[in-house]
Design a protein around this ligand. Structure first.
Ligand code: SF4
Length: 257
């Protein structure tokens, strides 16, 4: 059992680590750890997204290619027990929005509010994302498509584990294929690294166009990070303006490019 002071300390440390993670730090340094060549090479990693073949990914779930639309894919997923996250969920959070959207937002996984309501991005971070879409971009939330890498809530809002991502990612990639957006916005370190299959920090990726299965992807910070670090909003607005330019949306004060 933890007392309130311990809980406060725990929450502060967790928020701090989460902030470091969002800024691209993979872990905390260990004192006097020798620098080896592998560490140096890892820092030189080039930003090139690998492209796992559909055959390999979809081969995990024969028949998934036959899900030709989102309702069919949702039926295919069913009351999923393909990874251990199923035991923690109230609702499976599949995705929401326009099935023919030009723009798709991908986050990490459902939080408590999303788990309770069965819809992605409905908590405080979700409200900020909605503001970015509706007040910033001037389009309706219902006109974009929003989903996560994993569809069930990780306990204590921890990162999804590799086996959970492995189990769930075919559903995300099939969603991408079905919606066929013109542009994807990747929200936060975890989602971006999962989709691109890289370990490059979000601080290096954000603001730079990437590619996922022939679709342009703009990595940017997660709205939850912006709630803790509002000074970073200017970077996200810059990234979102780049997305708006690509989609031909008018940017306030500039008119259509
Ligand atoms: Fe199934 Fe994905 Fe939920 Fe795991 S996270 S139980 S793979 S829907």
């Amino acid at each position: 059992m933890t007392n309130p002071d311990q809980r406060l300390l725990y929450d502060s440390v967790r928020d701090y680590i989460e902030q470091l993670r969002e800024e691209g730090m993979d872990g905390l340094p260990i004192k006097d750890r020798p620098v080896n060549s592998a560490t140096v090479e890892a820092k030189r990693e080039t930003i090139v997204a690998s492209k796992p073949l559909n055959a390999e990914m979809f081969g995990r779930y024969p028949g998934i290619e036959n899900a030709a639309d989102l309702p069919s894919l949702r039926s295919f997923i069913g009351e999923c027990t393909r990874c251990k996250l199923h035991g923690h969920r109230t609702n499976l959070v599949f995705g929401v929005g326009n099935p023919n959207a030009d723009l798709m937002f991908i986050g990490e996984g459902p939080g408590a509010d999303e788990d309770a309501q069965g819809e992605p991005f409905v908590g405080r971070a979700g409200q900020l994302l909605t503001d970015i879409i509706e007040r910033g971009m001037g389009i309706k939330r219902a006109d974009v498509y929003i989903c996560n890498v994993v569809k069930c809530r990780p306990p204590e809002n921890r990162n999804p584990e590799p086996d959970e991502v492995f189990a769930c990612e075919p559903f995300l990639f099939r969603q991408i294929e079905i919606v066929k957006p013109r542009v994807i916005v990747g929200l936060g370190t975890f989602a971006v690294q999962c989709v691109l299959k890289v370990k490059t920090p979000i601080s290096k990726l954000r603001g730079n166009w990437q590619e996922v299965r022939g679709i342009k992807m703009m990595p940017t910070f997660h709205p939850a990070y912006l709630l803790r670090s509002p000074g970073e909003k200017r970077f996200v607005w810059s990234d979102i303006q780049e997305v708006m330019r690509t989609l031909g949306l008018p940017i306030p004060g500039r008119g259509k490019d």
